[in-house]
Design a protein around this ligand. Structure first.
Ligand code: DAH
Length: 350
């Protein structure tokens, strides 16, 4: 192998081993640069005879072209490698499922809650909300369940390790009924100054309630809505009219029969359970218990700050989960709180 062939071969081997473009340019300088091997050979030509000069010059040129070709080839190869690396790094797996745009949705219980507010607002009821941490007097005593009253044991709840000004521990409200007291007392105070006649107290109060209870039809946290209508001549007939019309609107059907079954609550006298029955469909003919209700007890009316000889009315307290289960055909109340999207998404069609 001639010296020049050897030089070209070395250049080729060297270039081929380089994996970085900047290094390749440095290597190029060693052959083709000002102080490079080829340049040095060119300079040496001047000492040769014209004959040798032509011959040797042509050979050097060939070698130079060979080195340049090897350089070009390696440059292209490195550029190609770089492109491939970049494409691999920025690769998108088009087979992955898209992130999509999943809209949030309303919980079925919240849907019912909103529906209940709309229906009662449309027939003149105010909507009130109150505290979930309640004091003992408002949750029990004002509602005619004084300390040690046996009816208190119907509602076992969670107590908070804080006492109110009466020295009673605060508790998570066991029902929305304390809102009767809060709302009525605020209403009475507003009219105490005697700005004309007091309008009827006509309100619903939906919200969360708590009890130590857990099975297919009870959850330690659940929702109720309280209804209260107090005036000078509000009767149980009005209760029946209001509640029937509510149920018909809520379930969007007229074939519903109601029954008032005698019951006991300390804050109403007489008291009733409201049962309803669908006259067609899968639940046809079955009595379904949906609400407690009654004529507000005179002691409770007095605790509102009103004279029970003058004011009278009704109250009811219904479970929102129960109505939601009946409306959508849900069998187990615990499903509402399982956090299972497959269940929840059914109520929020995309
Ligand atoms: N507070 C009762 C409960 O949770 C339900 C109830 C019954 C509410 C009768 C009322 C009523 O307003 O009049 O069991």
């Amino acid at each position: 192998m001639t010296e020049l062939q050897d030089l070209v071969h070395r250049a080729e081997t060297e270039f081929a081993a380089i994996s970085h473009p900047a290094e390749l340019e440095n290597a190029k300088a060693r052959y083709l640069g000002k102080a490079g091997a080829i340049t040095a050979l060119m300079k040496g030509l001047s000492q040769l005879s014209p004959e040798r000069k032509r011959e040797q010059g042509a050979s050097i040129n060939l070698a130079k072209q060979g080195i340049e070709a090897a350089l070009q080839q390696r440059r292209a190869a490195l550029a190609e490698l770089e492109l491939h690396a970049k494409l691999a790094a920025e690769a998108i797996d088009v087979t992955l499922p898209g992130r999509g745009q999943h809209g949030g949705g309303l919980h079925p219980v919240v849907r019912s809650w909103m529906r209940i507010e709309e229906i009662f607002s449309s027939i003149g009821f105010a909507v009130a909300e109150g505290p979930e941490i309640e004091d003992d007097w408002t949750n029990f005593t004002a509602l005619n369940s004084p300390q040690n009253h046996p009816a208190r044991s119907m509602q076992d709840t969670f107590y908070v390790d804080v006492e109110d000004e009466r020295g009673q521990p605060l508790l998570l409200r066991t029902h929305t009924s304390p809102m009767q007291v809060r709302h009525a007392r605020a209403h009475v105070q507003r009219y105490a100054a005697g700005i004309g006649a007091m309008p009827d107290i006509k309100v619903i109060a939906p919200g969360r309630t708590y009890r130590v209870d857990s099975d297919a039809t009870h959850s330690p946290m659940f929702h109720q809505f309280e209804g209260l209508w107090i005036g000078e001549r509000v009767s149980l007939a009005d209760l029946k009219g209001v509640y029937t019309s509510f149920l018909q609107t809520f379930f969007e059907r007229d074939d519903i029969t109601l029954r008032f079954r005698p019951s006991y609550f300390p804050f109403t006298e007489p008291s009733a359970e409201i049962d309803m029955m669908f006259d067609s469909g899968p639940l046809k003919g079955r009595w379904l218990e949906i609400s407690g209700a009654g004529q507000v007890h005179p002691t409770v009316v007095r605790n509102f700050g009103l004279d029970p000889e003058q004011y009278i009315g009704f109250a009811f307290g219904s479970g929102i989960e129960r109505l939601t289960m009946l409306r959508y055909g849900v069998g187990d109340l615990r499903q509402f709180y399982s956090g299972d999207l497959r269940f929840l998404e059914q109520f929020n069609p995309a």
